[in-house]
Design a protein around this ligand. Sequence first.
Ligand SMILES: [Zn+2]
Length: 507
Amino acid sequence: MNLSRRSLLSLGAAGVASSAIPFSFAGQNGKWKGKRPKNIIFMVADGMSHQTVAICDEYQKLALGKPSSYWAALMDRPDVYTGLQETRSLSSVVTDSAAAASTWGSGRRIWNGMINMYPDKTSLRTLTNLMIEAGVKVGLVTTTTMTHATPSGFAINIIDRDLEALIAEQHLTSGVSVLMGGGDKFFSATKRKDKKDVYGEFEKKGFKVVKDRDSVLNLKADKILGIFADSHIPYSIDRDNDPELLRTVPTLAEMAHTAIENLKGASKGFLLQIEGGKVDHAGHANDTAAQVHDQMAFEDAVKVAIEFAERDGNTLVIVTADHATGGPSLNGAGNEYMDSTKGLVSVAKHTASYQPIFDMIGKTASGSAVQGAVEAKLGIQLKAKEASIVSDAINGKSLFADLELQGGKLSAFALVLQNYTKVGWTSLNHTSEHVLVSAFGPGSEQVRGLTRNVEFFDMMLAAKGLKWSNPTMSFEDAAKSIEKLRASIDPEWLAFYSSVDDECLHQ
Ligand SMILES: [Zn+2]
């Protein structure tokens, strides 16, 4: 199901782009009503749908005894504005994360899979570049690889989001002061195919490089590169059930806190993007418990940002998603739908994401192996027929093999678990829905109603008194150029620098 983007962008890459746009100061004419914030914190729950927020809220009330989720409480406040964001890209009504974040990063719709570039290799000036020119410090914090699509969308120009080894190198000159996330394999000389010591290059540029939780908790440094996993940071549900991961890997809230503490003294203010990237990965896997836990971890980070903004009084916090993923829904089930509530509460018994469960089941799955792993990790006693639906799918004989969007083992597993959780999913892919956006602080009233994703670039620049217009490109022109681009790529070069990322299924 990831073939659509993969085959599109196996067009490959044309190398790291040099900017085709002449640099000049962005100008002090961005329109803004009222007080301008000094700082901007832009928070992204990647792949979060409305149902993610609603399920997370009800889960915390019913299973954890809390009064509500943090975001639900936030939306209830009179000083917080909430609206919707439209999410399409240049190539489709359904965006990928690269195009979505590039839309915020350039103010223009971008072809899925590309980052702040058009298919004719025109490179657009980025939000980060413009902010840094105006003296604003920039930070990027994520639970994906540091070089993944969403953080890159604020700061990077590249033809293919999969070129993460090259994105790591671009950050040597991106001007971003605080970088925290996963992706050791793109920085380490022993893991990179070209054996470049990218960590060493960052240290030469004055970055403090940290790789474990203890080092980041009370860190004070002007420039930080924090990398806490080989690839993406583990799912929160797996971290919470593994004492070693709890000890060594910081939470998104902890990374956010350290980032804010080290950026807050900047004389011209700061721009900080904080991404809960695993919400999207759980959506691609149709994994309800993993998504709930990572959404809660994201909202813990939102709390850190809002509490800073409350103390500071000079910070605009925008909380949103780039698109929704998987289309989760808690369905009505049973008499008077009473089984729906029980189903959601039962998710509290789940102690692992799908990955450790599939690892336990093994490649040549038997029904009893499926039953054993599901009982051990989810506390569910699957019936033999349910287990065989899953084992057949793992063995390439899914009942749903002919269904384009439900044909794989993850869909089969999620469909079976729906008997228990009552949570269903529409696909393993992104969806087109308008996503929630809430904002707090100076200028927050602008997110009322429907905001187009392209409008956040102008909004964030205007907050700092800046304005910039990147060139536009029509769908028709981009579609013509993409064919030429495909033909111009050296496939060996592409394969050398590209990452293969099963965890987020390339989206
Ligand atoms: Zn995705």
